[in-house]
Ligand binder design. Structure first.
Ligand SMILES: [Cu+2]
Length: 141
């Protein structure tokens, strides 16, 4: 004999899939297939005055890295040493961001980057290690 409380739970549980189906609209009618890999994560790196924090991050293939400017000194970049990406001078005010997805093609690699403005003066450098098998960055990154 269900109590009123458990009855209410059953009704809500039954309504949930219906809500999801409505929210998803006219796409595929089949439910979402089980995924073997975890959902991509968002990893945030803060750009402070002449430093990235944390300097080195480890992400999983497919994860997105977002650099967020939190300093007061503008003129930073996020520039890959291998030339694969360059934010340009987008960090003009606090809260400005630059994002990049590190795909499965980069698994096992460590990408080093630097700020074009503060590389010489301040060793403003960092790295993204893609996957747990990616090697540690060189000193200073
Ligand atoms: Cu800089």
């Amino acid at each position: 004999m269900p109590t009123p409380r458990s009855t209410r739970f059953l009704v809500e549980a039954a309504a949930l899939p219906l809500l999801f189906a409505v929210a998803c609209g006219g796409g595929s009618s089949s439910p979402t297939a089980p995924v073997a890999t975890p959902m991509p994560s968002l990893v945030t790196v803060e750009i402070q005055d002449s430093a990235y924090s944390p300097k080195s991050v480890v992400v999983q293939p497919g994860d997105r890295v977002r650099w967020v400017f939190r300093g007061s000194l503008a003129g930073h970049t996020v520039t890959a040493e291998d030339g694969s990406f360059d934010s340009g001078f987008v960090f003009t005010q606090s809260g400005a961001t630059y994002e990049r997805v590190f795909g499965t093609d980069l698994a096992g690699r460590t990408i080093t980057y630097k700020c074009n403005s503060h590389y010489f003066c301040c060793q403003m450098q960092g790295s993204v290690r893609v996957g747990s098998g990616a090697p540690p960055p060189p000193p200073g990154y």
